[in-house]
Design a protein around this ligand. Sequence first.
Ligand code: BTN
Length: 247
Amino acid sequence: FGRNLFYHETTDSTNLQAKALAVRGSVEGTVVAADSQTGGRGRMGRSWNSPAGKNLYFTLILRPEVPSLRVPQLTLLVAVALHRALVRFVPDLQPKIKWPNDILVNEKKICGVLCEMQSEPDCTHFVVVGLGINVNQSEFPAELEGRATSLFLECGRSFSKPELLAAFLNQFEPLYDRWLIEEDLGFVLSYIEGHSLLQSRVVMVEQFNRTISGTVSGIAKGGELMLEGDDGGTVLVSSGEAHLSKR
Ligand code: BTN
């Protein structure tokens, strides 16, 4: 991965650029990176603060030959790779995986992942996996204050962006190869649960048309969040945004 690398000083969104390249046939493993984005996109239609010179913004093109139902699992797989890369890079960082797609440090977001799948006329699909990693940013806009952090703010020094990108790709590629031949995420479940911010916590999961709450009992093999309700029953939640309830 990353042998084909497109670098933009500035672009609208690396996810949009990657989709345009994928439609034109770019190979799996192609990476589109930018120093800044004018229209950085987050999940749930939000924007992604993308100032120049500080952070990593990049998108990886994948062409997984698996049923499209399995594709949402990629978000957690990416989170595992990112977590491993961060720990290798900064051994005492203690990042946490927040289902389904965030990495937090001291309960503040340091990375976000936006996976988007698109079908092709020949019935295959490609996936663009966009990552925003707050590397050397020293201050955040008022609306993100207290909710976002960076490696610089956590460690008090700057980090090399290309080295962190390479560390992520080196962690992700073997996980992806294994995931393609496995049925599910079973092989990384204990890693996810062992580093999960939400494990055993009371959460509210916000979906488009409803909110579900309960205590997190784990992650299912399909990547769903397992929530135990007050009635003792367990529900599997496959998508949404999880918020920790105040205890
Ligand atoms: C989130 O909402 O947490 C996901 C944020 C993903 C941001 C990255 S930055 C690189 C790539 N290009 C985009 O427009 N978004 C993703």
